[in-house]
Design a protein around this ligand. Sequence first.
Ligand SMILES: NC(=O)c1ccc[n+]([C@@H]2O[C@H](COP(=O)([O-])OP(=O)(O)OC[C@H]3O[C@@H](n4cnc5c(N)ncnc54)[C@H](O)[C@@H]3O)[C@@H](O)[C@H]2O)c1
Length: 266
Amino acid sequence: MACDRLKGKSALITGGGSGVGRATALRFAQEGASTIGLFDRDESALAAVVAELETFGTSALALPGDVTSRSLCQAAADAVIASHGRLDVLVSNAGADGDAPFLEMSDDEWHRVINVNLTASFVLGQIAARAMVADGKGGSILFTASISGMGASDGDAHYGVSKAGIINLVQTMAIELVQHRIRVNCVSPGPLDTPLSRALLGSDEAMEAARAHYPLVPMGRLGLPEEIAAAYAYLASDDAGYTTGQNLVIDGGNHATVFVNPVGTL
Ligand SMILES: NC(=O)c1ccc[n+]([C@@H]2O[C@H](COP(=O)([O-])OP(=O)(O)OC[C@H]3O[C@@H](n4cnc5c(N)ncnc54)[C@H](O)[C@@H]3O)[C@@H](O)[C@H]2O)c1
């Protein structure tokens, strides 16, 4: 149940055109955020989410661009600050995946995923933190990691390392920025029902099968982007005022599992 925990706050959300980013923007608007900047490389998706946000009376900014550009990341943060006066919350969420066996992974493929997921998180986190320090009022910086950053999944060396890097970046940022009243946390989702998963599973049929039954997850289903958005609303709000440096795992029990045995015995 949404409330007004983010009343009057501003946020910059990357990957805001789809999946987790879109759901988070909608949840922040439901919880009273007054200005939300959506940064995404998909301009048409941004226009649709901006229209949805405006139905809540939220001032929504479409900020098209690629998160691998420091100057565009800076421009996106500056746009939110120009509109609202300050930046209260960053959700660095845009992510790239790929599927390449370790023995065949090219340098280009490695760098593509590391740049979008990890280097852009460093850049965006630094830009947001500098703005919050200059403003002097603190803030909340949030990242989307993954349970792939906490263990292996084949074909995902680049992705797993990028997400593991985010989990460690969060810890370092949290202790360095605590003196400025900036809290830094991440969420590690398990497999979700989003367009990214659809692209990885390869077909609508495979996606439908995963929705109906996902055997690696004790809850037996994919997570919903709204279930991640709810965690971001909590972590962005004063309800999480004593929470920093944390990695909140939201995965239907996936990472807690060694074996999932449908008949209950081995
Ligand atoms: N889907 C899953 O199962 C899952 C599981 C764990 C973690 N995650 C993470 O959640 C985050 C969001 O994923 P999602 O499932 O909502 O995906 P999605 O594909 O639905 O949305 C991702 C959005 O990010 C944008 N984007 C991608 N690369 C970008 C770039 N370089 N610059 C700007 N925008 C870019 C896309 O245009 C898209 O709108 C990602 O970081 C992903 O790694 C997803």
